[in-house]
Design a binder for this molecule. Sequence first.
Ligand code: ADP
Ligand code: MG
Length: 245
Amino acid sequence: MDQTIERAGNFLPRVDESAGNPNAVDRRVVSLTAPASAAAEQYRSLYYRLERLREVKPMRIIALTSAMPGEGKTVTAVNLALAAARANPERRILLIDADLRRSQVGTVLGIRGKSGLAELLAGECEVRDVIRRFHGTRLAVIPAGSTPEEPTQVLASARMKQFLQAVRENFEEVYIDLPPTLPFADAAILGHQMDGVIMVVRANVTPMQAVNQAVEQLGGAPILGSVLNGAEVNSTPYLKNYMKK
Ligand SMILES: Nc1ncnc2c1ncn2[C@@H]1O[C@H](COP(=O)(O)OP(=O)(O)O)[C@@H](O)[C@H]1O
Ligand SMILES: [Mg+2]
């Protein structure tokens, strides 16, 4: 596997250029569709916060999770990875969809093709078969593929560990869209293999207790902090005043 990804790292030999079709991108991918918007600015600011943390502690693999489904992990992961690719176009950056049950990365980025991480971990294909480059950027993307029968087992496998080791060696920044923490063991199992974990919290939706429980379930995983997703501009006085100008 190492050798395969080595080739992929030098860089993405067989990319399907039509894979990430900008016309098929979800409009919530503001880092691409509206880079000048206040929302895109928030993702850039999140990215630069990570950059500052990296000055203190080098971190390659950053994962996003949340207590429950539907809190904005995918929207955040995709925008963050695109903000990273825009900010540092010379870096090798990879976005992986590891939410094998409710995969959305391929859909929001307009990526076609069925195979992804699931097929890779099942040993049905090689990294070069599942890695795509997002249109017009050097951002590499590995979609989730089809839902396996036992997603937790697949993500907890030695193959996954090997795969993470290989991407760590071949990419400078890796963003992983993880499953939600409370319903499944996946995030807790993978959390420890990450350099940093960001907890996405849906504003006015996620109960505080659920967030606390999720953090507890992640055990000693390196949680960097949380992102409040879907906050109304009106609830943030600073932003509100700023936007009036
Ligand atoms: N900040 C946001 N503003 C508006 N809609 C959002 C925002 N974040 C997420 N959504 C929408 O909420 C739904 C769930 O978001 P998603 O990122 O898919 O959640 P998760 O990956 O945590 O399940 C999607 O329809 C998405 O487009
Ligand atoms: Mg998702």
